[in-house]
Design a protein around this ligand. Structure first.
Ligand SMILES: [Mg+2]
Length: 233
C-alpha cells in the first residue's frame, strides 16, 4: 500500500492557513442512519411521483441537488419537469430530516475533534463547505457535537455545482478576514479536490469516506492522508 504524503516532507504546511473549510460526509463524520437517504427518496416519490431511490448513483461528492438530478434522470424525469418541482422536493428533504433529526447517528471521523480543537485554539476561522442542504448539514454537525467549532457554512440550497459552494465559502472568508487570507479546504472526494482547484485554494484530501489514498492522490491534492489524525502527529 502506498504511504501517504508526509506533512513534513512537503512544502505544504497544513498549519499555515487563516481559514479551514470542511466537507461534512466522509470528512467530519459518517452517518450510520438512513435519515438523509430516506428524505431524498421520499422527496422523489412525493413530488415527482416516481418510486425510485438514490441507490446506484455515485453520490459521494455530489450535492443534494446533483443526487436528485442524477436519480430522477435515470427514472426519466429531466429538464423543466425536474426544475419546476425541485424547490418542493428540497422542502420535503428539509422537512423530513428536521422531523427525524433525533435519529441521526453520526460517527465522527478519526482525529476530527482533536484537529478542530487545535485549529480553534490557534485562532483559525473554521467553516463548512458541503453539498448538503443547509439545515440537513447543520443537523448532522449538531448530532455529532461539532457545531461550536464552526463560524459559518456554505451549502447546496441554491447551488448544484460544488465549485459554486466553494466560491461562496472563499468569498465569506475574504469578507471576514480580508482579501489576502489563505484558505484550505478539507474533503474526502475527487469533487472536493477539483472544486478547491477551481477556486485557486489548497486542499487536504482525507480517506475517511469511500475513496482510497491511491484514488485521491491521483487527483493531486496538496496533501493526502488516511485521516485527520495524521495531522496531529
Ligand atoms: Mg464528502
Amino acid at each position: 500500500m502506498a504511504s501517504s504524503t508526509s506533512a513534513q516532507s512537503n512544502a505544504f504546511r497544513w498549519t499555515d492557513f487563516d481559514a479551514y473549510l470542511f466537507d461534512i460526509d466522509g470528512t467530519l463524520l459518517v452517518t450510520r442512519d438512513l435519515v438523509h437517504y430516506n428524505a431524498l427518496n421520499l422527496a422523489m416519490r412525493e413530488v415527482y411521483g416516481v418510486d425510485t431511490t438514490i441507490d446506484g448513483i455515485t453520490y459521494h461528492g455530489k450535492t443534494d441537488l446533483g443526487i436528485l438530478r442524477a436519480s430522477l434522470e435515470r427514472a426519466g424525469i429531466v429538464g423543466s419537469t425536474f426544475e419546476m418541482k425541485l424547490p418542493a422536493a428540497l422542502q420535503i428533504i428539509r422537512r423530513e430530516v428536521n422531523a427525524n433529526a433525533s435519529a441521526i447517528n453520526p460517527a465522527v471521523c478519526c482525529g476530527i475533534r482533536e484537529i478542530l480543537a487545535s485549529l480553534k485554539s490557534a485562532g483559525k476561522l473554521l467553516g463548512i463547505a458541503s453539498g448538503n442542504l443547509e439545515s440537513v448539514g447543520w443537523h448532522k454537525i449538531e448530532a455529532a457535537g461539532l457545531r461550536h467549532f464552526f463560524s459559518f457554512g456554505c451549502f447546496s440550497d441554491d447551488h448544484e455545482m460544488r465549485v459554486e459552494i466553494f466560491c461562496n465559502a472563499v468569498a465569506e472568508v475574504r469578507r471576514r478576514l480580508g482579501e489576502r487570507s489563505e484558505i484550505c479546504f478539507i474533503g474526502d472526494t475527487p469533487s472536493d479536490i477539483q472544486a478547491a482547484r477551481q477556486v485557486d485554494a489548497q486542499v487536504v484530501a482525507v480517506c475517511t469516506g469511500t475513496y482510497t489514498i491511491e484514488e485521491l492522490t491521483s487527483h493531486q491534492p496538496d496533501l493526502c492522508i488516511s485521516s485527520c489524525a495524521e495531522l496531529l502527529e
